[in-house]
Design a binder for this molecule. Structure first.
Ligand SMILES: [Ca+2]
Ligand SMILES: [Ca+2]
Ligand SMILES: [Ca+2]
Ligand SMILES: [Ca+2]
Length: 325
């Protein structure tokens, strides 16, 4: 400011002087965080000492009264073994490699403190969300899944369900199932949402009695991780095949004076089914001379024995299946 002094003479005389008043600071202003609460993110994949972000604060005082430093007041979740704070810069860094699957959120309260005598402080809450990295492969609950399916069963019928877990989230646990075996993939569908294996195309047991294949689960992470398991599906029989003679025509001759109880011929028949569905018994459908010709029904055998006396013309023969009840 400028001061003026003046006398009271008839012709006043005066002088001026410039005075400077310096107002010394006292520490009367708090530090103020720029933005609170803070919300930061960091990938679980980054190495230790990676900068996450930084907090900033201003203090309207000067010199030490306005010199702000930072410290962690306390952790709400997590600890200083995972997150560290630089006192002067306010930089938050990873203290170690983070594991989202162990802890996905760190919350801490940071204190800003000025350097005045009787320092003033302010606090801010910082939330650090840990972002997922695809560091977990899918896992099957079993190395081998066993199931059965009846042949000719319609498409869409469930056979078995596999159990898969992936500790990651989002795309990193989005599973796609695939069947590596070409034949199995034609007949069996693997649902990537429900993990159900079902009939894709009706199966003919007389073509495929069993499928054993590797089932692969691939997650949608980058890079993708995979797991495999073995699936064994046995196809159960339905009695859908008739017995067949082979050959279908037999011609035999016996000597006129041959003995009784001679085998005239042995017939062969086959059935493509299995077990009781292929157990065959034999019977005449027509035998005009039952006193002359007999038949060894030979249950379960595929051979027919005709025991004959002499003098006959012809036989018609049929095979019956044994039906399971
Ligand atoms: Ca201050
Ligand atoms: Ca992860
Ligand atoms: Ca994963
Ligand atoms: Ca069959």
């Amino acid at each position: 400011m400028t001061l003026k002094i003046e006398d009271n003479g008839l012709t006043p005389r005066s002088a001026t002087i410039t005075a400077t008043v310096t107002i010394s600071d006292i520490n009367d202003k708090l530090p103020i965080f720029q933005s609170t609460p803070y919300t930061f993110t960091v990938s679980e994949h980054v190495p230790a000492s990676t900068l996450i972000d930084r907090v900033t604060a201003t203090d309207a005082d000067i010199n030490l009264n306005g010199a702000v430093t930072f410290e962690v007041a306390y952790f709400i979740t997590g600890d200083s073994n995972h997150i560290t704070l630089d006192a002067s810069s306010g930089a938050l860094t990873t203290a170690t490699t983070l594991d989202r699957e162990a802890m996905d959120l760190y919350v801490l309260v940071i204190r800003a403190k000025d350097g005045g005598a009787g320092p003033l402080t302010a606090t801010a809450t910082v939330s650090i969300r840990v972002l997922d990295y695809n560091d977990n492969a899918p896992t099957f609950s079993s190395a081998l899944y066993v199931g059965t399916v009846t042949e000719n069963t319609v498409a869409g019928t469930s056979i078995l369900t596999v159990v898969i877990d992936d500790l990651d989230i989002d795309n990193n646990d989005g599973i796609t199932l695939s069947i590596s075996d070409t034949n199995a993939d034609m007949y069996i569908a693997a649902d990537s949402t429900t993990y159900v294996l079902s009939v894709k195309t009706p199966i003919d047991r007389e073509v495929f009695t069993q499928f054993e294949f590797v089932l692969t689960a691939t997650d949608a992470g980058t890079p993708a991780l995979t797991a495999t398991t073995t699936v064994r599906i046995t196809v159960l029989d339905v009695n859908d095949n008739e017995p067949l003679f082979s050959p279908t025509f037999y011609s035999s001759e016996i000597a006129y004076n041959d003995d009784c109880q001679v085998t005239i011929t042995t017939l062969t028949a086959n059935d493509a089914d299995e077990s009781v569905n292929a157990d065959l018994t034999f019977a005449f459908t027509q035998n005009d001379n039952p006193e002359l010709f007999s038949l060894n029904t030979n249950t379960g055998s595929k051979h027919l024995f005709i025991l004959a006396f002499l003098n006959f013309n012809s036989l018609a023969i049929i095979i019956h299946e044994t039906i399971e009840t």
